[in-house]
Ligand binder design. Structure first.
Ligand code: DSN
Length: 433
């Protein structure tokens, strides 16, 4: 160890907390639809020496010396991501999905431009135009929703809104929507009104990667994603395009050349919205993308979907109301109004039994975002733990028992013990001792 580092005391306070978090993850039933468990090698890369390197710029054109090696990990991440989705362009530097969406909007929009996205309260995302987010403050947001009776995206409303407000950008993709998306239909109206289409596939990206859901790249000009949900990589974001194309604003570079969209997006990520890329995270992205290219991951993605379908069926059998009646992907949104419990209360009671999921507004909710009428349940993390269809009825049974006994601390403690016992069958990171 270097002289100036060797006497640094190990920070036991923090490492004890990290250990506690490991134990929490091990004992619990993780049903938050946006969470997953990365491989040890992904975590090893994130805790490695690449965290020390500044590398503003892109492979082969950096503003710092000594980037020859991180150039190679970043290029690997780009190449593997392009292979996963069969695309021509990828930027792997966004620190998160929100950063990816922010950079993309910066690249193609001007402040005050109209944008059209799925309403947050109908399953959308903060960065798709919410009033409390940059996207709703810098741009002028408009929304489409879902059909009340079916819970499916209201494409008629989307088309009507698009024709009325002529947005520069139509955003599709969601954070609490359990069905596939008709990208072709959205592109058709976008072409009619002169809008770009961006798909935010942060949630179902892993299923799209394996052809289990519709392929957005043929219809959407831009596709953004996080890397830590179904993709099971490190926390982070990416921006992708099936094909590069000439920008519509006619911007020229210093040599008078017309800018391609790839240039505009790269510049919007750095220097537009970010400084130094997180090269340790990019190395971890490269590893995760390598894992996604394996048959093992293909089997995993299929199992995520099978588990979600089995879980939805088990919920329906117990008279739970799933928005849209079921799921095509890795999650489901459950309306608890017929169960006489709010999303907030359900979330709190479930946590006491070591079951983590999140409260969520349901379409046309009469409760606020802090209380909510629903919960969102997802299968990516439990599938990584090794759970299969036959285990889903246990999960639904324990959730149902918790909700029926939400005020009974003793009952919740008993269920917590049952969950812990059950999860012992599915060891998490045994290598960590
Ligand atoms: N927070 C993520 C989710 O839970 O869906 C979206 O950013």
């Amino acid at each position: 160890m270097q002289p100036n580092l060797k006497n640094m005391q190990r920070d036991q306070l923090v490492f004890d907390l990290i250990r506690q978090e490991l134990e929490r993850q091990r004992h619990g039933l993780e049903l938050i639809a946006s969470e997953n468990f990365t491989s040890l090698q992904v975590m090893e890369a994130m805790g490695g020496v690449m965290t020390n390197k500044y590398a503003e710029g892109y492979p082969g054109r950096r503003y710092y010396a000594g980037c020859e090696i991180v150039d190679q990990t970043e290029q690997l991440a780009i190449d593997r991501l392009k292979q996963i989705f069969n695309i021509e362009y990828a930027n792997v530097q966004p620190h998160s999905g929100a950063q990816a969406n922010g950079a993309l909007m910066l690249a193609i929009l001007q402040p005050g431009d109209n944008i059209l996205g799925l309403d947050l309260s109908m399953g959308g995302h903060l960065t798709h135009g919410s009033a409390v987010n940059f996207s709703g403050k810098i741009y002028r947001p408009h929304f489409y929703g879902v059909v009340k009776e079916t819970g499916l995206i209201d494409y008629d409303m989307l088309e009507k809104q698009a024709r009325a407000v002529k947005p520069k950008l139509i955003i599709c993709g969601a954070s609490a929507y359990s069905r596939d998306i008709d990208y072709a239909r959205i592109r058709k109206v976008a072409d009619e009104v002169g809008a770009f289409v961006m798909a935010d596939i942060a949630h179902p990206a892993g299923l799209i990667a394996k052809g289990l859901l519709s392929y957005p790249f043929d219809h959407c000009h831009f596709v953004t994603s996080t890397t830590h949900k179904t993709l099971r990589g490190p926390r982070g974001g990416v921006i992708m395009m099936k094909k590069d194309f000439e920008n519509p604003f006619g911007l020229k570079d210093v040599k008078g050349n017309t800018r391609m969209m790839s240039n505009l997006i790269d510049m919007a990520v750095f220097p537009g919205t970010q400084g130094g890329p997180l090269q340790h995270v990019i190395a971890a992205k490269a590893i995760a993308f390598g894992e996604i290219l394996t048959d093992e991951y293909t089997a995993y993605a299929k199992q995520v979907q099978l588990n979600a379908q089995a879980m939805a069926k088990a919920f329906v059998n117990k008279d739970y109301k799933i928005i849209s009646g079921g799921t095509d992907n890795h999650l489901m949104l459950i309306d608890l109004r017929n169960k006489n419990i709010s999303g907030k209360k359900a979330e709190q009671a479930l946590v006491l039994a070591d079951i983590t999921l999140n409260k969520n507004m349901v379409p046309f909710d009469d409760k606020s975002a802090f209380i909510t009428s629903g919960i969102r349940v997802g299968t990516p993390a439990i599938t990584t733990r090794g759970l299969k269809e036959e285990h889903m009825s246990f999960i639904v049974d324990v959730i149902d028992t918790v909700l029926l006994n939400a005020d009974d601390e003793k009952a919740l403690a008993t269920i917590k013990g049952q969950v812990k016992e059950f999860m012992k069958q599915f060891p998490l990171y045994p290598e960590l001792g």
